[in-house]
Write a protein that binds this ligand. Sequence first.
Ligand SMILES: NC(=O)c1ccc[n+]([C@@H]2O[C@H](COP(=O)([O-])OP(=O)(O)OC[C@H]3O[C@@H](n4cnc5c(N)ncnc54)[C@H](O)[C@@H]3O)[C@@H](O)[C@H]2O)c1
Length: 246
Amino acid sequence: MDLTGHRALITGAGQGIGRACAEVFASRGADLVLLDKNSETLDEVAGKVAKAGIWVMARPLDLTDLDGLGSDLEEIRGERVIDILVNNAGFDRPGTTTKIDREGFEAVLGIHLSVPLFLIQSTLPSMRSAGWGRIINVSSIYGLTGGKGEVAYSTAKAGLIGLTKSVAKEAGKEGVTVNAVLPGLTRTPTIENFMADRFKDEIIADTPLGRIGEAEEIARVIAFLASDEASFITGAAVPVSGGWGM
Ligand SMILES: NC(=O)c1ccc[n+]([C@@H]2O[C@H](COP(=O)([O-])OP(=O)(O)OC[C@H]3O[C@@H](n4cnc5c(N)ncnc54)[C@H](O)[C@@H]3O)[C@@H](O)[C@H]2O)c1
């Protein structure tokens, strides 16, 4: 699953699943473009992979500022095509259907749908010209099952599966595969710091493998989908959830 010779753009690379992706992709030799709004954590990750001899460019930015992102991408585009895109950055605004406010709902749709669409629009043309590309969108089991009190997040993650399949249908003939991974409960700083134990316990009790997943376990599946080993997989929504949500 060597990724040498490829350049991967990973969003939300400062911590959690995005950070694990940066580390796993680096271990397989990919060049890395890492984006996150947290410059401190981003620098730490970039420093670590650079020490391992990997070409890395790290940009602290707010992805939801699409105009700013557009001009940053102009600068980021170098001599080598970004041929792997991992749309991972995300956040949640919990709320039931009657309680969620429009600002919260639209913010969640923005980060999980508008930002991935924008990045796909920005990178797909050069992947097509190169005749090879990989797009991996990080959705969620909630995108399949819905989630009580998670109306914005579940709606956005279901939409991301629709986006994945649509782009897969459009881009397949040019050698570009587009897939989604659907993590279950995964140990990341946000889950560790902000999710109450009783909610975690409820999900773990409903997870056939009986435990929380590790960020690296998600990243390894993303790296597989980015590799030539996954050359005949496109439009898939792959649960990586210990069986939760089957
Ligand atoms: N951890 C889980 O249990 C779990 C389960 C299912 C799906 N997911 C999905 O996996 C992805 C990663 O989750 P995680 O738990 O690692 O998240 P996390 O909160 O630990 O990390 C997300 C990263 O994205 C960055 N980010 C958020 N908004 C940004 C913005 N506007 N601009 C730039 N950077 C921004 C944050 O700074 C952070 O570094 C998300 O899309 C999440 O919805 C996570």
